[in-house]
Design a protein around this ligand. Structure first.
Ligand SMILES: NC(=O)c1ccc[n+]([C@@H]2O[C@H](COP(=O)([O-])OP(=O)(O)OC[C@H]3O[C@@H](n4cnc5c(N)ncnc54)[C@H](OP(=O)(O)O)[C@@H]3O)[C@@H](O)[C@H]2O)c1
Length: 311
């Protein structure tokens, strides 16, 4: 009774009301100061009347082990991880879900009775965002993944699990794409496709068969030039999902839209993976449209927010 009154009081106060019982969450990365996740999650805690606080922590990879021990000792309830910590955190966790283990990356830690559980919400978050734009399940959606780093791996396993018929991988470092293709074929022997060569501007005759292009490299960020693509090769009825997010839209997103190719911004993944992390921590589901409003409000307050497309 008192608890519910207190929670409603916190919600109506319009601001987080930290006290001795406030649950602590956060996002760790390096750098992290542009992250929009605190704005997103704190608005969600407020909306649901949950006495919790979510902060951004700049954790250098060298300090990761000490940070994990610190979070354990301080009684954190959970946290997110972003570049460059998603793979590095694996050895410090007590349990890793089979899907996160297969992808090789954890972006969400849930603390349960003192044990640290590692989850990956990028993979289901990607599908959640995709579902808003395509007929489901995507069994007739041949896809290409450009960039097979951490998030490219998550997308590849997510799409293979959904039963897409044809998948191509392209990565600057070809061996990385080949390794992923072998892993995929071991689990999904009927999957067709393979590894295409990396050349710029990006082009391949196979592109004419593709209906979903997913951009998963960090090109265009940190001063690197945006990826160049032979847009004429991309079918008019294809969907272009740029996982990178930049205030106002990335160069690729704008170019796709200019050419009247349907395009999805990385902010949709950012919100969807956040929604799934929040649900793991609290059991509460976000309405994605409302969460997008939280996200945009956070971005405005922060003067544009994440310039590097990471959470
Ligand atoms: N919207 C979201 O919520 C969300 C979530 C996760 C990630 N992302 C974004 O997705 C991108 C990738 O993230 P990640 O976690 O997969 O990072 P990662 O594991 O570090 O992988 C980076 C990828 O980018 C490629 N790359 C880096 N520099 C390149 C260059 N100069 N030319 C060509 N390729 C280059 C890498 O290729 P090599 O293998 O050759 O190095 C690799 O495929 C980042 O921009 C990140 O911000 C967005």
């Amino acid at each position: 009774m008192w608890q519910s009154f207190r929670n409603r009081l916190i919600a109506s106060a319009g601001s987080i009301f930290p006290d001795a019982r406030t649950a602590l969450y956060g996002v760790w990365g390096y750098p992290i100061h542009h992250s929009l996740s605190p704005a997103l999650h704190n608005q969600a805690f407020r909306f649901f009347g949950i006495n919790a606080l979510y902060l951004a922590f700049a954790v250098h990879p060298q300090d990761l082990e000490r940070a994990v021990e610190g979070a354990r000792a301080l009684g954190f309830s959970g946290w997110n991880l972003t570049i460059p910590l998603k793979e590095a955190v694996l050895p410090y966790l007590d349990l890793i879900t089979p899907s996160a283990r297969r992808i090789g990356a954890v972006n969400t830690v849930v603390v349960k009775e003192g044990r640290l559980e590692g989850h990956n919400t990028d993979a289901p978050g990607f599908l959640m965002a995709l579902r808003r734009h395509v007929r489901y399940p995507p069994r007739n959606l041949p896809a290409v993944i450009i960039g097979t780093g951490g998030v490219g791996r998550a997308v590849a396993f997510a799409l293979a699990e959904e039963g897409i018929p044809l998948l191509f991988l392209i990565n600057r470092t070809r061996e990385r794409a080949e390794r992923l293709w072998e892993e995929l074929k071991a689990d999904y022997p009927h999957l067709e496709g393979g590894v295409l060569p990396w050349r710029e501007p990006l082009d391949d005759p196979e592109f004419s068969r593709i209906r979903l292009f997913v951009h998963c490299t960090s090109r265009g960020l940190h001063g690197s030039p945006p990826l160049s693509i032979v847009w004429e090769r991309i079918p008019r009825d294809a969907l272009f999902f740029d996982l990178v997010y930049q205030p106002g839209g990335t160069v690729l997103l704008k170019e796709a839209k200019r050419r009247k190719i349907r395009a999805i911004s990385g902010e949709e993944l950012l919100v969807a993976q956040g929604a799934l992390a929040f649900e793991l921590w609290t059991g509460k589901k976000w309405d994605l449209r409302r969460a997008m409003v939280w996200f945009r409000r956070g971005a405005r307050r922060q003067g544009g927010g994440s310039g590097d497309g990471s959470r």
